[in-house]
Design a protein around this ligand. Structure first.
Ligand code: SAM
Ligand code: SF4
Length: 328
């Protein structure tokens, strides 16, 4: 059985972008009230007394936009210095990163994934729902800052949407030619904006690989991640190309993760709401952490059944929450 030791922690459900595929403008999102967010203390209690004792060792801070979370640097420091933490990473849109990259690094963060769906300012602004002054340059400066501070590996996540940014796949892939960056193409999932998904659908990773192969050549990389990406490389390139193909392939049987939402719901499967536990309410009602540990252990035992149900039914599930609410 796969070891589940990786927890993706959403720090906040709010965001300074409104990406079309995630939080489209006009979508009614009920933001979590501040008092309903897990506090830093509650989160650390859950990590130390519940998640670490049952075997979790790898943590990723995400959201919403994690850099909007007040006190995020202190939280990074506290988690990075827990003796059991083997890996701490963050997923961010990088808009606020230029000013925060050094502090995050000094606090102990070493791995960062940045969402960048386009190298063209106009397309980028359209995707992130920006109508004011372009936000591309500040985002790019955030990426450069992370690179210069020393984040390694630096990963760029690209959600590929037909007719929106798929024509840029070669340019995005070319970023890896002379940089130690990892560009990862993610198949668009029907979460967050079913209308856009209905109109545009998704591009299979193999089709993207073929386009890249035709122009640059493509080989399987010797660098293997421990996540869902299939890793390739342009021959001679410094960086790598990852393909996350949750629509065209099912990797549920390799799943090593659970998700904790910003308001404290533990979710065993991204695409299925079965089995969720409201840890925050339990904690606030004074339920002993030993009992919560027991509940999480039980959930770990039934997780494979939850995952496999998903495989049997294809990539469909219960999507009452967006990626920004679940913690993407
Ligand atoms: N705000 C941060 C960011 O954008 O990197 C972190 C949270 S965001 C929800 C995490 C990841 O989920 C991003 O890489 C984003 O592109 C991805 N995502 C959101 N909605 C998606 C969808 N419908 N299909 C595929 N990926 C999606
Ligand atoms: Fe915000 Fe990230 Fe969602 Fe874009 S993908 S709206 S940056 S949470």
């Amino acid at each position: 059985m796969n070891t589940v030791d990786y927890l993706r922690i959403s720090l906040i459900d709010r965001c300074n972008f409104r990406c079309q595929y995630c939080m489209p403008e006009g979508a009614e999102l009920d933001y979590i009230l501040r008092q309903e967010l897990l506090s830093n203390e509650e989160l650390l209690t859950l990590l130390q007394e519940v998640f670490i004792p049952v075997g979790f060792r790898k943590f990723r801070l995400t959201g919403g936009e994690p850099l909007l979370r007040p006190g995020v640097v202190d939280l990074v420091r506290a988690i990075a210095f827990l003796p059991e933490t083997q890996d701490l990473a963050m997923t961010t849109n990088a808009f606020l990163l230029a000013d925060m990259a050094q502090d995050l690094y000094d606090a102990g963060l070493r791995r960062i994934n940045i969402s960048l769906d386009s190298l063209v300012a106009e397309t980028f602004d359209k995707i992130i729902g920006n109508r004011g002054r372009s936000r591309w340059q500040q985002t790019w400066e955030g990426i450069q800052a992370a690179y210069h501070v020393g984040f390694d590996p630096l990963k760029l996540n690209v959600v590929v949407i037909p007719g929106v940014n798929d024509q840029e796949v070669l340019d995005l892939a070319a970023l890896t030619l002379n940089r130690h960056w990892h560009v990862r193409f993610i198949e668009f999932m029907p979460i967050g904006n079913s209308q856009l998904f209905g109109e545009r659908a998704w591009v299979p990773s193999e089709e993207l690989r073929q386009r890249i192969r035709d122009v640059f050549g493509l080989i399987e990389s010797r660098v293997r991640g421990n996540g869902p990406a299939d890793v390739f490389q342009i021959p001679g390139a410094l960086g790598t190309l990852g393909f996350i193909s949750q629509m065209s392939e099912c990797f549920c049987d390799r799943c090593n993760r659970m998700r904790l939402s910003a308001d404290g719901w533990l979710r065993p499967c991204l695409l299925n709401e079965t089995g969720q536990i409201d840890l925050k309410t339990a904690l606030r009602q004074g339920v002993h952490t030993a009992d919560l540990r027991e509940q999480v252990s039980q959930l770990l035992m039934i997780k494979p059944e939850i995952n496999f149900k998903q495989r049997d039914s294809g990539t469909t599930g219960t999507y009452t929450r967006t990626m920004s609410q679940i913690g993407g």
